[in-house]
Structures are given as structure tokens and as C-alpha cells.
Design a protein around this ligand. Structure first.
Ligand SMILES: Cc1cc2nc3c(=O)[nH]c(=O)nc-3n(C[C@H](O)[C@H](O)[C@H](O)COP(=O)(O)OP(=O)(O)OC[C@H]3O[C@@H](n4cnc5c(N)ncnc54)[C@H](O)[C@@H]3O)c2cc1C
Length: 260
């Protein structure tokens, strides 16, 4: 069904950027339509540790991560590939919150303030001072402004013929949630050859383990289990973690990234 409504702003993509922009603009009386391809809540590959740097801004939007159980984090541990640790306090600190909960918290706050559509944007055209947005369901949206907050390697990047889409990404990210005895107030980064793995607790008490690695390192092992056992576990902290921690998702989530 064609949608001929006209919006002040259409936002493409409802991740952290799109949701916060939509909240900010809706709170300032703009007529906003946000188009996101996946319904909330949904899990996402992410380290799920957020610096407190963003708290004042979130508060200005009426968002409090602690209200949904985010863990307060004030300590940092980093180990080198051999597992030699350095520990420090984090003066500014941060919080541990899954993207499942974080994106959903923003969505719940936005849903009565803006129009939210679950669909995939396929095309964006601009002429006569107006944007026209076409979705997979063949709906058409018109707007004065469009915000492209569709993350990395979206179909929109292909539509825009962005050069980086011609090349394969050289990075792979993997995450799972685990049952594991881990302090609430700590974020850890454990290095291994070709990447690093972050550990921190989320609102459910699950430990999020998310690692980023080069395809070059990964492809020698071919599959995630082997890679974790044979490469990540050369770091004794990660060896202990992957031996003892009980995975919560049946399958880890993976993503191909352009991460700089
Ligand atoms: C492995 C990894 C770990 C990270 N860990 C951390 C961390 O611990 N702490 C931290 O602060 N940051 C972390 N980041 C960075 C953080 O994830 C990003 O900064 C953040 O997700 C960017 O938000 P975004 O809204 O721009 O993109 P995204 O969160 O990727 O959102 C983009 C949205 O657009 C939607 N979309 C895409 N195409 C379309 C389309 N055509 N139509 C409709 N919807 C569309 C997608 O479904 C998605 O919901 C990490 C990143 C990676 C890759």
C-alpha cells in the first residue's frame, strides 16, 4: 500500500544512532518517521559496554539505562596475548547493557512520539527539494530531510554504490552471552593473535563475550569452536572463560565488519 504522507524527517535505520536522533527530533516537535528492518527487541553483535560519556545526552532524551538493570562498570582489565594483565580504575566509568535491552529501551520511549515502520528501505531519490524513499514493501515516503543511520554494509551502501562495498571486509565479529562468574563492575579486554575479546556483564547477569578478529586469522581454523579453542585460548584468561562459561544462545551471532 502506497504511503503518501509527507514527513519533516525520515530516518533510515533504528540502531543507536537512528533511535536517538528520532527521539531528539521528536522531542523538538519534528514530524519523524523511522524505518527499521528488524522488529524490537533483537540481539546484535556488540561489546555492550557503553562509556558514561553518553549519559548526560541520554538523560536529556529521558533515557536511563540503569532503569532496565544496566550494570555500573568502573574497573578495567586488559591482558596481552600471553595473558599478562594490567588492571585500572575507569574514572569516568560506563555501563553494561545488551543491545537487546538498549535499543528496545530507546524504541519503547520513541514509539508514541514518532511513526515507526518495520520495513527495508531500498531506494532514496532527491528532486524538487524533496526526498522520496521507497521500501521493500513498495511503500513510498516523502520528506524534507533524510537521515541515513543504517550502520555499515547495508543494502543502501550498495544502492549508493559506495566503493567499500566492492571489497570483502577483512574483519569478523562474534558474540554470545554466557553464564559465568564475573564481576558486575568490570570490563575486560583480552588480546589474542589477530584480535581481542571483550567481556562484561549485562542487565540479565549474562556475560557478553564479543570478539573482533581478522578473517586472515580466522580462516586457518574454519569454524568458531576451533578458533576459540585453538587460538583465543592461547590467552589463559580466554582459555578459562571458554572452558567454564556456559553459552546462552544456541549459536553465536556473527557479523562482517568494517571496524576502524
Ligand atoms: C564488534 C563490535 C563491537 C562493538 N562494541 C561496542 C561497545 O562495546 N561499545 C560501544 O559503545 N560501541 C561498540 N561498537 C560500536 C557500536 O556497535 C556502533 O557504534 C553502533 O551500533 C552504531 O550505531 P548505528 O545506529 O550507527 O548502527 P547500527 O546499530 O548498526 O544500526 C543500523 C540499523 O539500520 C538498520 N538498517 C540497515 N539497513 C536498513 C535498511 N535498508 N532499511 C531499514 N533499516 C536498515 C539495521 O537493521 C540496524 O538496526 C561495536 C561495534 C562492533 C562492530
Amino acid at each position: 500500500m502506497a504511503n503518501n504522507k509527507k514527513w519533516d524527517i525520515v530516518i533510515i535505520g533504528g540502531g543507536l544512532a537512528g533511535l536517538t536522533i528520532a527521539l531528539h527530533l521528536s522531542n523538538n516537535n519534528c514530524k519523524v518517521c523511522l524505518i527499521e528492518k528488524n522488529e524490537y527487541p533483537h540481539h546484535k553483535v556488540c561489546g555492550e559496554y557503553v562509556s558514561n560519556e553518553v549519559l548526560p545526552y541520554l538523560q536529556s532524551l529521558g533515557i536511563d539505562p540503569l532503569s532496565v538493570g544496566a550494570k555500573k562498570i568502573s574497573k578495567f582489565e586488559i591482558t596481552d596475548t600471553k595473558g599478562i594483565p594490567v588492571n585500572a580504575n575507569l574514572p569516568l566509568g560506563g555501563f553494561g547493557l545488551s543491545r537487546y535491552a538498549f535499543d528496545n529501551l530507546l524504541y519503547q520511549s520513541l514509539k508514541n512520539k514518532a511513526t515507526i515502520v518495520f520495513d527495508t528501505v531500498e531506494k532514496v531519490d532527491f528532486n524538487e527539494k524533496q526526498f522520496t524513499i521507497l521500501t521493500q514493501r513498495k511503500d513510498v515516503y516523502k520528506a524534507d530531510f533524510v537521515v541515513g543511520s543504517f550502520g555499515k554494509r547495508s543494502n543502501i551502501d550498495s544502492f549508493l554504490k559506495r566503493d567499500f562495498m566492492k571489497q570483502n571486509s577483512s574483519w569478523l565479529a562474534v558474540k554470545n552471552h554466557f553464564e559465568y562468574d564475573f564481576p558486575d563492575d568490570t570490563v575486560a579486554l583480552h588480546n589474542f593473535k589477530g584480535g581481542y575479546c571483550g567481556l562484561s556483564k549485562t542487565e540479565t547477569n549474562a556475560v557478553n563475550a564479543c570478539y573482533l578478529t581478522t578473517f586472515k586469522s580466522f580462516k586457518k581454523y574454519g569454524e568458531i569452536e576451533n578458533f576459540q579453542k585453538q587460538e583465543l585460548s592461547k590467552n589463559p584468561f580466554l582459555e578459562k572463560f571458554f572452558n567454564e562459561a556456559k553459552p546462552i544462545f544456541k549459536k553465536p551471532l556473527g557479523a562482517i565488519n568494517e571496524y576502524h
